[in-house]
Design a protein around this ligand. Sequence first.
Ligand SMILES: [Zn+2]
Length: 304
Amino acid sequence: MAVAGSARASPPSAARDSHGSLPPEAGGAMSRSVVQARGQGGQVGGPAFEFAYTPPASPGLKAIYKRVRDADLWRQVPELQAIDGMFALPRPLRFVTTECGEFGAFYHPEDTEVVLCYETLRTLYERGQAHQKALGLGDDHPLHYVRANVRFIVLHETGHALVDLLDLPVTGRHEDAVDQLATILMLRFAGLDETPDEVVENLRLAANWMLSDSTGAYDLDAYADEHALGEQRYFNLQCLIYGTDPDGFAGMVKANQLTAARAAGCAREMRSASRAWVRLLVPYLAPGYEAYGVEAARYLQRSG
Ligand SMILES: [Zn+2]
């Protein structure tokens, strides 16, 4: 379940037009829309998420703790805020930042808890600094890098939580399935002030992170791992991004960010993943979220 040292990934961008919604014929994913209000019609929705920040014991992590606590990190994840209360969960899901003694993020079913480690934030920041230097980017890049990846990582773990709490069926690797969900959520529920290009950029930074441990040489443990190899997660994510708008992202193939052979099926892959997640989750919409059910029905009809 854990996002192990190498990859967590991210995906696609669907929204390419300036209004932030996908052309119906191009969209593999559900378009962004203005249906964002929590619990319409006076209903309160499902159990609200709970957010917490645990003080670390290690002095070296205290500055990070203070920073995320003061910034109220959990409430800065737009996708998390958008789906808070949306589903009829059997019990509240809790999100906690904590010292783990290792890099990672986890979903703990026994505590109904998503854990984000301070060590992860530290490593992401360092990686963002390296990325900034390598590409000559601005001073704000490391933080931007951290934010984009935290979103993907947290949504990946939230995917594990939804599978557990709603007892959703999954065939194939759970890790791949929740990577797809994280991608779809980032495409659908990005902040309303974010442009489609910014949404894509966030996903690309998550894809970049997947390659951070890339060596091209792996041992048996890597091949046997529950996660696909970082390079595979990277290309899976690139494929989902491309699949939302093959014409708009034709440059990805030219730039060797995706092979032509894989690209040919990416629109279908994106549509398939998006339709599957919509069909799995819609039955669990909480009272007050019926508008999403209507939107989902239209989407399924249109993309079928
Ligand atoms: Zn996972």
